[in-house]
Design a protein around this ligand. Structure first.
Ligand code: FE2
Length: 301
């Protein structure tokens, strides 16, 4: 078996509004569209993912919160209805997915070996959270690639940001080693919004784009600053600024996916490709790609 590798990482945020705007058959709610800039961004990301031909998609979601340790989906076939508790009017999605249990178990075991508390999720009736489902639907609506789902341990919130993100860094290293040993070609998905200040009242209808704009100007400026650095490949500068960004823009990257992904990729000083930016109920969302094949850091299929 040849050595596995990470072929790309995506910043792939999960506002359920994007699924609602697209009207796939799996979602019960119907819309007249909306949030097109972000949905077009995901169309670009879908096309690049198609070319990468990965064996597995790994996603770390802020909305599968586990207070004790880092958990991994551990049931091969999962199906059910995923509902967003904040926006049940927009997102009631009938999902069916296949888990790469072998790779998940390797990530879990490596994490434990490196000092993390980890656990496999073995409940066959588990309702997969809307963050995981939205990110996976938006990047690969065909649902034909097995996945590894990773929970967001709440450590950045009940410890400090620094301590919590140090754990996510270890989780990334554990993930990388598991992928290398597996022989798989893997894509990482960091399911994170940037600035997370949001409106507390929804327009009628929710897809009225005349009402959609950044909730917070300072947060918007932060998003632009971080995106520019990411586009320039100034990754170490991004990570130096990350705690301040998190504090001042209430950024969802605090929950760890972004750090996990970059740690797994070994923090390459590599220019990210911005597929698009847009706000959702005022929050800032960027779809970005770090293609390690194009950069010469991974082999083509
Ligand atoms: Fe979220």
């Amino acid at each position: 078996m040849s050595k596995g590798e990470i072929v790309a990482g995506y910043l792939a945020p999960h506002p359920p509004h994007l699924v609602y705007g697209e009207n796939p058959e799996q979602n019960e709610a119907r819309s007249q569209g909306g949030w097109e800039q972000l949905r077009w961004a995901y169309e670009r990301a879908r096309a690049s993912l198609e070319e990468l031909k990965p064996d597995v998609l790994l996603v770390h979601s802020p909305h599968w919160i586990t207070q004790q340790g880092h958990h991994f989906l551990g049931v091969k076939d999962l199906s059910g209805k995923s509902v967003d508790p904040i926006f049940p009017n927009l997102f009631r999605y009938n999902f069916e997915l296949e888990v790469d249990v072998e790779l998940a178990e390797a990530c879990c075991a490596n994490g434990a070996e490196m000092g993390l508390t980890t656990k496999m999720m073995r409940n066959p009736n588990f309702r997969v959270d809307y963050g995981t489902i939205t990110t996976l639907h938006m990047i690969r609506p065909q649902w034909d690639i097995p996945v590894v789902g990773i929970s967001a341990n709440n450590s950045p919130y009940y410890l400090s940001t620094k301590e919590g993100l140090e754990e996510m860094d270890v989780l990334g290293k554990a993930t990388r080693k598991a992928i290398e040993d597996s022989g798989r070609r893997a894509v990482l998905l960091a399911s994170n919004t940037l600035c997370h200040y949001h409106f507390s009242v929804e327009p009628v209808p929710p897809e009225d784009m005349a009402q959609e704009h950044p909730e917070n100007y300072a947060g918007y400026l932060w998003d632009m600053r971080m995106i520019e650095l990411l586009r320039q490949g100034k990754i170490s500068e991004v990570f130096e600024l990350l705690p301040q960004f998190i504090d001042e823009a209430f950024a969802e990257v605090k929950s760890g996916a972004f750090t996990w992904m970059f740690s797994a990729m070994e923090y390459p000083e590599l220019a990210g490709e911005l597929h698009g930016y847009g706000t959702v109920i005022g929050t800032g969302n960027a779809v970005m790609e770090w293609n390690l094949i194009k950069a010469g850091l991974a082999k083509a299929a």
